[in-house]
Ligand binder design. Structure first.
Ligand SMILES: Nc1ncnc2c1ncn2[C@@H]1O[C@H](COP(=O)(O)OP(=O)(O)OP(=O)(O)O)[C@@H](O)[C@H]1O
Length: 785
């Protein structure tokens, strides 16, 4: 059954080598009760540990069921301890934080016995040792004798062939000793029991055979066994601890030191709390910005103007780079003044808007672009009948505009002025731009091309010059009734009626307004209604004053293109009114003013929202494909420029803050490492017990990894929980400070990732101590107190 052949074992500590076993030869029968006696230090325990596979022999051979163990691998030793050997120690070596049943089940747990079978066998074993009523107690609630019974039950539970007992009654009184010996004696009926003892009477009374040790050698054997081993199959069942078992084991251990674990987890969670708060704030602010974009900036048109400054990120960065360079050049010592052209450092592009481009724009899909607006510099020859007198008037916007109460400062400063021509919807079935964004205060929204509207600001104000231009004597007026304004009519006079060619060949505006007023060619314009920007619309593109549709201007151009003055001006290289010489660009402007140019000055494209805006931009970009630099048309998308700038600033700040908060994560990593290390020290005995029960080194690592996993997961969840609670006061404070509500919002995705990070970091922190634990020598581990 079991055979020791010339087993030698020595321990070297420093320069000193202690021979513990000096060529031991022993044969054991399948079923017998062997007592090993001998003076202290004679090698009894060492022999038992070698037989049990806890300690490795230096030379010789241990033959188990006729199989040599010389070439046993770690895994085979682990399996051997688990399947074939049951240990009973003097100091019981129960795992204190597990219940009695769990202690007894542990060996079977390691060899993967099913839950029910394991439980049944454990109860059976406990019944055998007479502890059936105590199964749910913890080891420290039992007497010494009872604890040793549990240890015996544990040794028996997996039904091993060999029971090794190292002074099992050493710590017990004589009565209890007797009871335990009776129990062991009974076990020996169908097992090999090897017991080390100092007590010759006990040995005499109970053992079948007494082997005496002295100086690492067998000096006497009362019933030697000399036989040739018959061949037999010897199969070992591999052991392995599931991660779940490791979790359970560690969970129970952690639950015995709740206070410490909670403190550790809290300390470790501070980094997580910091990062979670930062993330929740930054996502919160980003959400606010996005909301602002959606609410306001989506209404912000894409602008195509004659010259455009390339305000994309690349250019901005370039400009910033130049600023940096400029800084570096500061404070020269030269005694000279340098001249430079600031234009050279700004990137401008001249857009040559062509008929082809206009056609392209007009073909844009109405499902991505709600409306298109134009500005054209077309002068209108307007007359009005005021108190029976006909006078020339104008609907030009107020000269000091910008007070429509709609927060249009952005557009005002960047593109010069607010518009007086409102955009037309592309899809006729859609609500018109005015209906969507402006409340009607009086009259109607414009229906005809010739309908005008008066735009007022939130307090119904209009610059008095608007009315001055309309021919109304404003110095006697402070206010005007809606009814007096709505329905007001103006006559639009054609160029042919308005300008007349003189004998000198130049054109002069007529002054016979009565005559002009009566002309059949006139168009009658009417102020159809008074409108005001809706309260929830942030950006209105119309300035206060009179607004009209682009169709009206197009109609004027259609008529005036063929007017005498336009035809004459087209031919001439001088101003046909003043006869002054004209530059090419001045001529172009004059023609536009006279209605002789179909190309608008600026184009405004209004996407539905941010998604369709991208499509509109793609459509505009597509036009530039394969075009030479000067033929490309550069648009301005101020909204995106603004938001991408705020976006990257936000990201920058977030990264810096997270970097700071991460320092505390590193601290917690180190702390978890220390805690795990302490835990390894505290659980050394448990490591030994587990190894004796057949746990592999890997399983020990797993136990501690499970512990750090639990701490990591707990601290992560705790951190997220606290961070979540902290968002409440944060939001209250922010609301008081900024008026924004619900800014801090913890994204569930971020929460999950942070818990994962916490787990990974604590696992890393605990890795080294867990490896150290696995490397512990089982014999030494068992010996530790
Ligand atoms: N891990 C070790 N390192 C160094 N020496 C050891 C180690 N384990 C045992 N020894 C030495 O080996 C010898 C045999 O020890 P062992 O524990 O087997 O004796 P023992 O007969 O069981 O003694 P006791 O009856 O007092 O328990 C002793 O001299 C002991 O000091």
């Amino acid at each position: 059954m079991l055979q020791l052949k010339d087993i030698k074992k020595s321990y070297t500590t420093g320069d000193f080598t202690q021979i513990a076993l000096n060529g031991v030869n022993l044969n054991f029968r399948k079923h017998e009760f062997v007592a090993i006696l001998g003076p202290s230090g004679s090698g009894k325990t060492t022999c038992l540990n070698v037989v049990g596979g806890l300690d490795k022999y230096d030379s010789g051979d241990l033959i188990i069921n006729s199989k040599s163990t010389k070439n046993f691998k770690d895994g085979e030793w682990d399996a051997y301890r688990n399947n074939s050997v049951g240990f009973i120690f003097q100091s019981y070596n129960l795992i204190p934080h597990l219940s009695i049943v769990d202690n007894v089940e542990m060996g079977m747990t390691l060899s993967g016995v099913s839950m029910e079978e394991k439980h049944r066998k454990a109860l059976e074993a406990l019944d055998k040792v007479g502890l059936k009523e105590h199964v749910h107690k913890k080891p420290n609630q039992l007497s010494g004798g009872q604890m040793q019974r549990v240890a015996i039950a544990r040794a028996l539970a997996n039904n091993p062939d060999i029971i090794l007992a190292d002074e099992p009654t050493g710590a017990l009184d004589s009565v209890t000793s007797g009871q335990i010996m009776d129990l062991i004696k009974k076990i020996a009926d169908d097992k090999l029991v090897i017991m080390v003892t100092h007590n010759p009477e006990l040995a005499e009374k109970y053992a079948d055979r007494i082997v005496k040790f002295k100086d690492g050698n067998v000096v006497d054997d009362s019933y030697p066994y000399r036989t040739v081993e018959e061949e037999s199959e010897y199969q070992l069942k591999r052991t392995s601890m599931s991660f779940f078992t490791a979790l359970k084991l560690s969970g129970k251990n952690i639950s015995t030191k709740k206070g410490r674990t909670a403190l550790t987890a809290f300390a470790a969670s501070i980094g997580i709390i910091g990062i979670a708060l930062i993330l929740s704030l930054s996502t919160g602010f980003q959400i606010q910005i996005d909301k602002f974009q959606k609410d306001a900036l989506a209404e912000f048109p894409i602008i195509i103007s004659p010259t455009s400054q390339n305000m994309d990120m690349e250019t901005l960065e370039k400009m910033r780079g130049e600023m940096k360079e400029a800084k570096e050049q500061e404070y020269t010592n030269a005694r000279e003044v340098y001249l430079y052209d600031p234009e050279e450092s700004t990137v401008t592009h001249t857009n040559n808007i062509t008929k082809e481009y206009l056609d392209y724009i007009e073909k844009i899909d109405s499902s991505i672009c709600t409306s298109i607006g134009y500005t054209r510099v077309v002068g209108m020859n307007l007359l009005s009948k005021i108190e029976d007198e006909i006078i020339p008037v104008s609907i030009a916007p107020a000269t000091r505009d910008g007070s429509n109460g709609g927060g249009m400062q952005g557009l005002t400063s960047m593109s010069g002025t607010l518009l007086s021509s409102y955009p037309e919807v592309l899809d006729e079935s859609q609500e018109s731009y005015l209906e969507k964004n402006y409340d009607l205060l009086s009259g109607n929204y414009p229906k005809e091309d010739t309908d005008l509207v008066l735009v007022v600001n939130s307090s119904n104000q209009v610059d008095y010059t608007v009315f001055e231009n309309l021919g109304i004597k404003t110095h006697v007026l402070e206010k005007m009734k809606f009814e007096d304004i709505v329905g007001m009519e103006l006559k639009l006079v054609t160029n042919n009626d308005y300008y007349q060619e003189t004998e000198l060949g130049n054109f002069m505006p007529q002054t016979d307004y009565e005559e002009m007023y009566k002309s059949d060619d006139n168009l009658t314009l009417k102020i159809a209604g008074i409108i005001r920007l809706k309260e929830d619309v942030t950006i209105g593109i119309l300035g206060t004053g009179i607004a009209y549709s682009d169709n009206l201007v197009q109609r004027i151009i259609e008529i005036e293109e063929e007017s005498d003055i336009v035809l004459a001006q087209k031919e001439a290289d001088y101003n046909v009114m003043t006869m002054e010489k004209l530059e090419e660009s001045m001529k172009k402007n004059l023609l536009s003013y006279l209605g002789g140019d179909t190309i608008p000055y600026m184009i405004f494209l209004y996407p539905y929202d941010f998604e369709t805006k991208d499509e509109v931009l793609a459509y505009l970009d597509a036009y530039n494909n394969g075009k030479s630099d000067e033929d490309t048309i550069v648009y301005q998308d101020l909204a995106s420029t603004m938001t991408s700038m705020t976006g990257s600033i936000m990201n920058g700040i977030t990264i810096v803050l997270i970097a700071f908060a991460s320092i505390s994560l590193v601290v917690s990593l180190i702390m978890v490492g220390i805690i795990t290390y302490i835990s390894v020290l505290e659980r050394t005995k448990e490591i030994g017990v587990l190894r004796a029960l057949g746990a592999r080194k890997k399983d020990i690592t797993r136990v501690f990894n499970a512990e750090t996993f639990l701490i990591g997961a707990f601290s992560g969840l705790l951190g997220i929980g606290i961070a979540y609670l902290l968002t409440i006061p944060t939001n209250i404070i922010l609301n008081n400070m900024t008026g924004l509500s619900g800014v801090a919002k913890l994204n569930p995705m971020h929460a999950l990732v942070l818990v994962a990070i916490s787990v990974v970091l604590t696992l890393i922190g605990g890795m080294i101590p867990a490896k150290m634990a696995a490397k512990k020598d089982p014999v030494e581990a068992l010996r530790s107190e």
